[in-house]
Design a protein around this ligand. Structure first.
Ligand SMILES: [Zn+2]
Length: 227
């Protein structure tokens, strides 16, 4: 038996966690799929422990369902999950926008505009898509940060909305057709914040999230119909 230093063990935990997370976010492991811990350990060439640890972490992130006496499964996403998440997102981001209109600095506006430029880059590959989703998440996070409300930020983090989006996009090739709408909506949000017009900013966020929520739930429905 080989002796492992704590660092190596930690690295194995991290590596397995990020490999499984990536597999779920790209739908290499599909929603509802049963996971066999021993098989995964063999595929990843590690012992059972880091796989079990990763499963625990991913369960806490809502990406895996551990069902007692039944097994371990990749968490499914239903249209209802998306609608509920977006309702809360709308409330939190709307409140953030109201607060941010008083507090946002020119530097923060510049930061948001940098995210907008990053979001204008073409999306061709899976890596591009994941970068686009990170840039989108960063833009929305910048809005929430500009509210300077720690509790609001914590609630927003717990919602994990961007993980849900990534998982739906991974299976919906058509989402790219909506990038033009997305860009105009993002511009309007940042313009409203810069003009310090809270009602306009809240409205812009609502329009953006309603459209995105509708598109995501339709993506799930279409996939269900195809099965
Ligand atoms: Zn967005």
């Amino acid at each position: 038996m080989t002796k492992r230093s704590p660092i190596t063990r930690e690295r194995a935990n991290d590596a397995v966690h990020s490999a499984l997370r990536q597999a779920i976010l790209t739908s290499a492991l599909r929603p509802g799929e049963r996971l066999n811990i021993a098989e995964l350990a063999e595929q990843l060439r590690v012992s059972l422990t880091p796989v079990r640890n990763a499963v625990q972490l991913l369960a806490a992130e809502g990406l895996i369902d551990v069902r007692p006496r039944s097994g371990t499964f990749v968490a499914t996403i239903t249209p209802e999950d998306v609608v509920e998440t977006f309702q809360i997102r709308g409330a939190l981001e709307g409140l953030a926008a109201e607060l941010a209109c008083n507090l946002i600095t020119p530097e923060q506006i510049d930061g948001m505009r940098r995210h907008l430029r990053a979001l204008a880059r073409p999306v061709r590959t899976v890596a591009d898509r994941q970068q686009h989703e990170r840039d989108n998440a960063a833009l929305h996070m910048a809005l929430v940060l500009a509210s300077r409300n720690i509790r609001l930020l914590e609630a927003y983090h717990r919602l994990n909305a961007h993980i849900q989006i990534a998982r739906v996009h991974a299976e919906d090739a058509e989402w790219k057709d909506r990038l033009r709408d997305e860009r105009m909506e993002h511009d309007e949000i940042v313009d409203a914040l810069e003009a310090r017009q809270p009602e306009r900013a809240v409205r812009a966020i609502r329009v953006h999230l309603d459209r995105a929520c509708h598109a995501l739930t339709r993506g799930i429905d279409v996939r269900r119909a195809a099965v």
